[in-house]
Write a new protein. Structure first.
Length: 319
């Protein structure tokens, strides 16, 4: 495993920062809170145009999802490229839906436990997995009920009825798509955590109390250091898991489950510490800190819908 970025990956990160910095971020999340759809399909199309639907390595995918998590990108990026695409590649590598997804002509999302769907407002197809069998229905064939969501940037719906489904193929319980799902979820959570650290450090440098920046006080600086250590540990887990999945290592499934469990704790911890460092203003609706706490919660919930990381680890260890 090479822990460093290649020159091509460094350029990819810079490209994502430029694109997502202009089109993602808290401004877009705020528009969703104000009642906008928040689903920027043109941004999704631009990401596909730079190759986001067919990246060469799992580490490249990890970079994509981490950067998108840092900018609070919503819509079909995670649900389609992070979850549906690996499932389609595992179950039906030659199906038309897979080619259409990579080309941006279709936007499939996955129906999770209890028939819950994320980002159904952007979807063209809904993919189901039951007992290893993978089927698909168009969005028009599904009767959907909107659900309230703790994270307004990640809309949820419940499937009340499905008019008809077409078979796509079968997947094993231990197929690679589960590990790829977990790595995508872990990297989104790491991006959220990193954004919280960046926000906290910026505030600690500029906010003064008793004539000094609050970052000079140990109570604040130690919080930031703890956040950094938590994030780096989670990032190490995630990128190790990405490497293991890429090389089909025997430890891939376990590494991926550990990565998403560690990343979930890191994102939630950093989001809470960020609010605390901001003091009273951090607890207000007007401040942006709560948007990252909401995204951390929703990303953890979405990853748990696939399979609870703790249960997955216990299963893999035979506990």
């Amino acid at each position: 495993m090479d822990p460093t970025y290649s020159p091509e990956q460094i350029a990819f990160i810079a490209l994502l920062d430029d694109l997502l910095g202009k089109r993602g971020g808290v401004q877009r999340a705020r528009s969703v809170e104000a009642g906008g759809s928040g689903c920027d399909l043109s941004l999704f199309s631009e990401l596909l145009a730079i190759g986001a639907g067919d990246l060469p390595t799992e580490q490249d995918r990890a970079i994509l999802f981490e950067e998108a998590g840092r900018y609070l990108v919503r819509g079909p990026l995670f649900t389609t490229l992070g979850y549906a695409l690996p499932l389609l590649e595992a179950a039906a590598p030659d199906c038309e839906l897979l080619d259409a997804t990579r080309a941006g002509r279709a936007i499939p999302v996955v129906g999770f436990g209890a028939r819950t769907v994320s980002d159904a407002d952007a979807a063209t197809h809904i993919v189901f997995v039951e007992g290893g069998e993978v089927t698909v229905a168009t969005r028009e064939q599904c009767l959907l009920e909107d659900l309230s969501s703790f994270d307004p940037g990640r809309r949820l719906a419940r499937i009340r009825e499905v008019g008809g489904r077409s078979p796509l193929g079968f997947v094993r319980a231990d197929a690679d798509h589960r590990a790829r799902w977990a790595v995508a979820a872990a990297c989104e959570l790491i991006g959220v955590a990193q954004a919280c650290l960046d926000m906290a450090v910026t505030y600690a440098k500029s906010r003064e109390q008793f004539g000094r920046p609050i970052g000079s006080f140990q109570a604040v600086s130690h919080q930031c250091v703890d956040m950094y250590l938590i994030i780096e540990a989670a990032r190490g887990h995630a990128y190790y898991a990405a490497w293991a999945v890429q090389d089909r290592e025997p430890c891939a499934a376990l590494a991926a489950a550990q990565a998403v469990a560690c990343a979930g704790e890191a994102a939630l911890d950093c989001a809470q510490r960020n609010i605390q460092i901001h003091g009273a203003i951090g607890f207000t609706w007007e401040h942006d800190a709560h948007l990252f706490l909401r995204r951390a919660r929703s990303a953890i919930t979405l990853s748990t819908m696939v399979q609870d990381p703790a249960d997955r680890i216990a299963d893999l260890l035979g506990l």
